[in-house]
Design a protein around this ligand. Sequence first.
Ligand code: RB5
Length: 179
Amino acid sequence: MTFIWPPLHPWGEFVAPFYTLILFKRIKMKIGIASDHGGFELKRMLISRLSVMNHILVDFGNYQYDSGDDYPDYVIPLARSVANGEVERGIAVCGSGVGASIAANKIEGARAALITDHFAAHQGVEDDAMNIICLGGRITGVETAMELVLAFLNAKFSRGDRHIRRIRKADPAGTKLLD
Ligand code: RB5
C-alpha cells in the first residue's frame, strides 16, 4: 500500500501532515484506489488529479504497469480496507470495470458498482451506500471518469430507513459502518 497525499514528494508519507498544518487545509477524504494493467493509465491520471484536490490517496497497486497482473490482487485489499473503514471510499479500475466490481463485492461491507453515468455515480451512494466506484480504463476517458468520481465522492448516503432495510437484506453482515 502506498500513501500518496499531495504534493507528490518523495517523502510524501512523512511530510503530508505537516503540509496540512501549514496550509490550514482541511483534508477532505481518505480514498483508496486500485487497478490492474487494464486500468493502470486511468488510475495514474486519477491519482494525479485527485491528489491536488486535498484528498488523501492510498494506492493499493499495481504500482507499475504489468500486462500479466490480476485485478483481484489489488481490488480485494482495497475492498477490505473500505469495508473496515480504513479508507472512506474506494476507486477500482480494470479494463472494463466488470472484474473489479465482481471482486470487490465478494467482501462483506464493500458495495461496489461499475459506473458509467453521472446519475448512478451519486444516486448509488445516496440510496445504496455504494462505497467503491468501479471504472473501465478501456471504456471511460479521464474527463468523464473525473466527473463520475467527483459525483461519487461528493454524494452522501441518505440514511433513509427504507434504504438501510434494503442494504441489510442484500448484505446483513456487511452494514456495520452504516450504524
Ligand atoms: C485485463 O486484461 C482485463 O480482463 C481486466 O482488466 C478487466 O477488464 C476485467 O474485468
